[in-house]
Design a protein around this ligand. Structure first.
Ligand code: RB5
Length: 148
């Protein structure tokens, strides 16, 4: 369990392709002690991924959310949309090394997952690797600042 200073405010958003994995990620993050809201369609409803991803990414960019997890079928549409928002970085990952490095080197506050690509166990391991890492700063800070 995190200390009070480590309790993050997150949103987990998905389109219709990832409702089940969205629920699993929400439950996992809450079990870690974080404050988590869930956004996206209910089972049987449809949503276009840009409509879910853009407002969430804007809230991360404004600092209203510490982090977000965005999930669609492949994760591609969520990542493409979120990375159109200035001053926030979204990392699409399918294994834990990239998830960890997305925090350590890229300070990616948004993690994107593909529910049709990774199983639940690997997805939750990716979430943990992303959250448990720390941004290394230094030369990496210079580089991410240049992304804009
Ligand atoms: C929806 O069918 C699918 O296109 C979407 O979930 C995502 O994979 C797009 O990138």
């Amino acid at each position: 369990m995190p200390g009070v200073q480590d309790v993050l405010t997150l949103v987990v958003g998905s389109d219709h392709a990832a409702v089940a994995l969205r629920g699993a990620v929400v439950a996992h993050l809450r079990s870690r002690g974080h404050t988590v809201n869930e956004e996206g369609p209910a089972v049987g409803e449809s949503a276009d991924y840009p409509d879910v991803a853009r407002p969430i990414a804007e809230r991360v960019a404004r600092g209203e959310l510490d982090r977000a997890v965005l999930i669609c079928g492949t994760g591609q549409g969520m990542a493409m949309t979120a990375n159109k928002v200035a001053n926030v970085r979204a990392a699409l990952v399918m294994e834990t090394f990239s998830a960890r490095m997305a925090t350590q080197h890229n300070d990616a506050r948004i993690l994107c997952l593909g529910a049709r690509v990774v199983g639940e166990g690997l997805a939750l391991d990716c979430v943990d690797a992303w959250l448990d890492a720390s941004f290394e700063g230094g030369r990496h800070a210079r580089r991410v600042e240049r992304i804009g």
